[in-house]
Design a protein around this ligand. Structure first.
Ligand code: NAD
Ligand code: UDP
Length: 314
């Protein structure tokens, strides 16, 4: 199959490119390298089934080769990056998604949109089920991303209603693993970097806020299962690992696994609109996709720490 992956030079996208290449597909990897890096895909360039196209999805894209499937992952994903230019974030999730839906429509291709647990905002239903409509602040600093992703879902369903397109919507929960960007401020990359350097781990608030972390290989497996699921199963479907940890527990685990001398420093203040609890209910994915994550946090952290050590040459 000919498969277009936008955001393919990013963290999750590069793992997806790898898996789909290994499955003998031709991959067209589109990325503007805003938060991604060519280093994430350099090892794929010698494969004749891999083609990199530097392009911003906010601009229309025309490809001569017939595309069978589009995975749309292009969007800055960490708070510091998506807040750097919030209007661009909104454009990626609206104009960019329209451009990629348009491309998929011209090619009669199946389209998968990477949405997020952020569509639930700071949830007052726990764990989060797909039918929960969320608690998002429309005017806060996270809104460019949260509301952007909500519109991206809407667009998929409108294209399906208007044009009969085959669409799939996934809501990804916090994912981690090798190739996470060092400088994107996400909790796992920050903690591992600091712990490896014996620097203190800075915890927002009192560290009681929770997240549920999914290892990237598990996530990529679920994404491809969703893309190739029954035509009538559109989602949205939650994809993530339901094992929930407080940020304080995570910090202690990282210190233990790195044998670090780092201390925990609590700054006492939560980030604005920070979700206090996040845990996916993955019953739907289990039932329809016959999928559940296999890699526990400790095992995934060990693999991620090894990758960080190699990249830091420690
Ligand atoms: P990432 O930043 O590593 O990857 C995003 C990629 O998209 C980068 O390579 C970036 O350069 C590219 N990009 C950004 N804007 C673009 C544009 N306008 N045109 C072309 N390329 C563009 O982040 P990631 O963690 O790999 O996230 C991938 C997708 O998964 C994103 O859509 C994100 O919203 C979603 N997601 C990720 C997580 C997570 O925990 N990692 C959670 C929920 C949702
Ligand atoms: N966080 C923290 N210290 C850090 C980075 C993040 O305490 O160095 C907290 C952050 O306030 C949030 C949680 O960890 O409560 C997850 O943050 P991240 O940016 O990784 O993801 P998101 O908030 O988008 O889930």
């Amino acid at each position: 199959m000919n498969i277009l992956i936008t955001g393919g030079a990013g963290f999750i996208g590069s793992h997806l490119c790898e898996k789909l290449l290994a499955d003998n597909n031709r991959i067209f990897c589109v990325d503007n390298l805003f938060t991604g890096s060519y280093d994430n895909i350099r090892h794929l360039e010698s494969n004749q089934n891999f083609k990199f196209i530097e392009h911003d999805i906010i601009e229309p894209l025309f490809l001569d080769e017939k595309i069978d499937q589009v995975y749309n992952l292009a969007c800055p994903a960490s708070p510091i990056h998506y807040q750097e230019n919030p209007v661009r974030t909104i454009k990626a999730n609206t104009i960019g998604v329209i451009n990629m839906l348009g491309l998929a429509r011209r090619h009669n291709a199946r389209f998968l949109q990477a949405s997020t647990s952020e569509v639930y905002g700071d949830p007052d239903v726990h764990p989060q089920v797909e039918s929960y409509r969320g608690n998002v602040n429309t005017i806060g600093p996270r809104a460019c991303y949260d509301e952007g992703k909500r519109v991206s879902e809407t667009l998929c369903f409108d294209y399906r209603r208007m044009h009969g397109m085959e669409i799939k919507v996934i809501r990804i929960f916090n994912t981690y693993g090798p190739r996470m960007a060092f400088e994107d401020g996400r909790v796992i990359s920050n903690f591992i970097l600091n712990a490896l350097k014996d620097e203190n781990l800075l915890i927002d608030g009192d560290g009681s806020q929770t997240r549920s972390f999914c290892y990237v290989d598990d996530l990529v497996d679920s994404i491809t299962k969703m893309m190739n699921s029954d035509i009538d199963f559109t989602g949205p479907v939650n994809l993530g690992n339901p094992n929930e940890f407080t940020i304080k527990e995570l910090a202690k685990k990282v210190i233990e696994l790195t044998n670090s001398k780092s201390q925990l420093i609590f700054n006492g203040e939560f980030r604005e609109d920070d979700p206090m609890q996040r845990q996916p209910d993955i019953s739907l994915a289990k039932k329809v996709l016959d999928w559940e994550p296999k890699i526990e946090l400790e095992e995934g952290l060990i693999k991620t720490i090894e990758n960080f050590k190699i990249r830091l040459k420690i």
